[in-house]
Ligand binder design. Sequence first.
Ligand code: BGC
Length: 763
Amino acid sequence: MKRTYTILLLLIGILLQKSVAQDAKMKAHVDGLLKKMTIEEKIGQLNLPVAGWVPTGTTVSKDTEDKIKSGQVGGMFGYYDPVRMKAIQKIAVEQSRMKIPLFFGLDVIHGHRTIFPIPLGMAATWDMALVEKSARIAAQEATAEGLNWTFSPMVDIARDPRWGRISEGNGEDPFLGSAIARAMVKGYQGDDLTQNNTLMACVKHYALYGGAEAGRDYNTVDIGRSSMFNYWLPPYKAAVEAGAGSIMTSFNVVDEVPATANRWLMTDLLRNQWGFKGFVVTDYTAINEMTAHGLGDLQAVSALALKAGVDMDMVGEGFLTTLKKSYDEGKVKMADIDLACRRILEAKWKMGLFKDPYARLDESRPAKEIMTPENRKASREIAARSFVLLKNENQILPLAKTGKTVAFIGPLADNHRDMLGTWVIAGEWEKSVSVMEGVKNVAPQLNTLHSKGANITDDTAFIHRLNFFNQPMVTLDPISPETMLRNALEASAKADIIVAVLGESQSMSGESSSRTDIGIPESQRKLLEELVKTGKPVVLVLFTGRPLTLEWEDAHCAAILNVWAPGTEAGNAIADVLFGDVNPSGKLTATFPRTVGQIPNYYNHKPTGRPYNGSYQTKFQSNYLDSPNYPLYPFGYGIGYSPFTYEEMKLSSAKMSGNGTLTASVKVSNVGKFAGEEVVQLYLSDPVASISRPVRELKGFQKIMLQPGESKVVEFKITPELLKFYNYELKYDWEPGEFKIGIGGNARDVKEQVVNWEKSVRP
Ligand code: BGC
């Protein structure tokens, strides 16, 4: 034992020494460069232009190659073509005076070429090994195409499903969000960023971007400090602690000051408190946008950003065009410019670029490493595990592979484009598997019928807004809606079961895709009503990038399988689940409200002084006249083909003190006919504290596999670390007293017990 311990200490010592020596080498290299660089060249390193074709802002970069030659570019994003990128790198390392290599970034968000479920779907797997695996494959493919940096993970907590970017994050919970943040960073960066199959992560959008008021993108955020620390900031912190190499500022204000100029956020908190050692990049033209925020002209806001701790300016060229002037006028110091430049050069060192600027620019890799059968297989498996079964009356699912006639109806049934979801820059929708193709692959003997039934939407003004970048993402069918409906009803008449494949198209969620009505688009809803009127069982396969309002669908459909936007293998994964080869095990990570009027509706809310007692329309109680408070589907919810039962939870003790460890255990049984996975969730609450604490908070989860009839005892170890929160003074600690410990299969159905936890044993 003693020997093992000594060896371990020795090993840690060697590793530490190695890393100190590496850091010293890096410092010496960067010092050497900084000494030789002109102020213009230093500022040049802070400039990040975009390759002409992905302008999500209003500005596009120009004359980039000339700028690279004259040392005015630090990195680029938008390319994923190693031949082209090699030529560009050559300009930097052969034709610029300092010969400093560029890095290349891209929004590799949920896969690069092989696309995985959108992040909100990935989160629904509650499976950190799968999340990490998806990021690892994304890194392998992206580096094969020349990239060394990804603008991911997006870890913004979101409580408002009107916000289109809820699809890009992990939902509403900070504990789960932090676990996913760590898994993503690990998957992208691996253990050694100099390896040519690793990508540097860029955590975004720091901070609080998901708190946009009214769910409107880029809107004001107004969140108090202790709320920030307890619910919104933890995932960024977790990603930083996991070693993320870079972080992106958000567009919004944080405590009245735009994040991009917020020194408290970028320096005091991020670097001084959290110990972040990487570099900060702005979001797309976020410096320039601070003029519209009311902070001054481009020169003023650029200086503010630099002094706040921002190192790199995405696309806007505020740094490039004004920092020298600000320096000459004494408005910024050389030390500020040096510091930002140092951080960019250090990132290049960490990526191994000074050793070999072409390490990830190997033209032979794509053919071998992109969209391999293994990657597609992983995408299929992960997608199937991200689906959430919301309803399954009379066990209508899974469907038998033969025997019955099944009509697949809806604009998403024979559709490739909308399988991938938002942010799939290198994803090729033409290579995705449609639902009809998946059904043919998995149940080739099944008697199937297909009819489109409706347009994704009939609203031409809406279509115009959905088709950005002049892409025909949503089109009107030349066949009239009436004829499409008639055809669908004819097909349905011949079927025993109807599978309605409906929901949001690709561009209905994601950036700049906020909606005030979050129902299934009207044309499709009308179709669904007609299908339900046939009296045949209707299974709804629902595509969505956000929680939708589904009260009517829940009341009228026999089953609802929420498949998000599943990625390249969509149709195969959907068929795997529909026909029972995979038992669905996904659980929601964002609450599904009943109506838009209930928003925000999230599980870890505070109690009010007039608590809701479960019946609405009660006078002088916090409730509505026309709706209950509780959502349609709570956080953590999702069923499978087999029911799971939870016995009474057991606590190892009802009285605890000091740093003891409490064990909470529960017996979970699979009482159905199908083997399946269940996510067992641990919730804590602190009913009496110095500040009002949420009614419950997720503090643990375990995904277990149970055979039919099998039971397992699931144990959670609870230490005071889990009881801690940021108090009014932002001190992170726990307060003694009573705690409720709960375990359940979702945030609503939780069995609780009370423990009394004192700070120390009383004499
Ligand atoms: C988005 C970021 C993204 C960037 C670069 C911005 O509009 O907010 O999430 O990484 O564009 O494409």
